[in-house]
Write a protein that binds this ligand. Structure first.
Ligand code: CA
Length: 247
């Protein structure tokens, strides 16, 4: 028991609302995590720079330095650059979430959230990070699972070859339009990560593609239709955008 305790995963919680801190501490400790709560960004920066945490949960609304700035600073610091971060936001506004993801958060939760969901998200992020690190030192943040065929990237039943512009579902070739292909490639470049419609649109309407329909939902529907029974490979995240399933 004592040995297990010494290797406990340690979570840093940055939140100025005492009752939420206490709730998070209670829930996470019950799940076997060690938890340290601080109520401001400066303290969090200092702590995280001196000690390795397994993951940080950052509230966006903080006195002084807000959670987004804190997240950006943690990403800039060599010591905390790779620490997984889950953001908490009181607002479900897309802009907050998107900015959060853009400054390097791995996931986000909108208040009020269920403790069960928070734990599930934390575990999912940690799984993702472990898979990423298991790929070895050469792996980058965005490196998806590599299949046998060099250049081919496989996630679950879906395989994509970005250089040959081919897609296979359960080993059967699927014909996608260039816009659909780019959209899928974007989602598959960061499995489990949510992309907003604006981010997707920006990606698929690059200079070499003439996007006739700027409605991202239409392209998503088209891909899902072509994927048939595997349509759920692309998931809708209500109010935010889309993501693809992790392997
Ligand atoms: Ca707060």
């Amino acid at each position: 028991m004592t040995q297990i305790q010494s290797t406990k995963q340690h979570i840093l919680v940055v939140e100025d609302e005492t009752d939420i801190c206490e709730l998070l501490q209670y829930v996470l400790e019950r799940e076997g995590f060690q938890v340290t709560c601080v109520n401001n960004g400066m303290e969090a920066l200092e702590l995280a720079g001196n000690k390795a945490f397994t993951l940080a949960v950052l509230d966006i609304m903080l006195p002084g330095m807000d959670g987004l700035t804190l997240c950006r600073k943690l990403r800039e610091n060599q010591a905390t650059r790779r620490m997984p971060i889950v953001m908490l936001t009181a607002r479900s506004e897309e802009s907050d979430v998107v900015v959060g993801l853009e400054v390097g958060a791995d996931d986000y939760l909108t208040k009020p959230f269920s403790p069960k969901e928070l734990v599930a998200r934390i575990r999912a992020v940690l799984r993702r990070v472990n898979d990423r690190d298991a790929d070895g030192p050469a792996a980058t943040l965005t490196k998806p699972v590599q299949a046998q065929d060099p250049g081919m990237v496989t996630l679950g039943q879906v395989a994509i070859d970005p250089t040959r512009h081919t897609v296979k579902v359960r080993d059967v070739a699927v014909q996608l339009t260039l816009a659909e292909f780019k959209l899928l490639a974007l989602l598959m470049s960061r499995p489990g990560r949510v992309f907003s419609r604006d981010q997707i649109l920006e990606q698929i309407s690059g200079s070499d593609v003439y996007v006739i329909d700027r409605n991202v939902d239409v392209h998503i529907r088209a891909i899902r239709k072509k994927f048939g029974d595997d349509a759920e490979f692309i998931q809708t995240v209500r109010g935010v955008g889309y993501k693809c399933l992790e392997a």
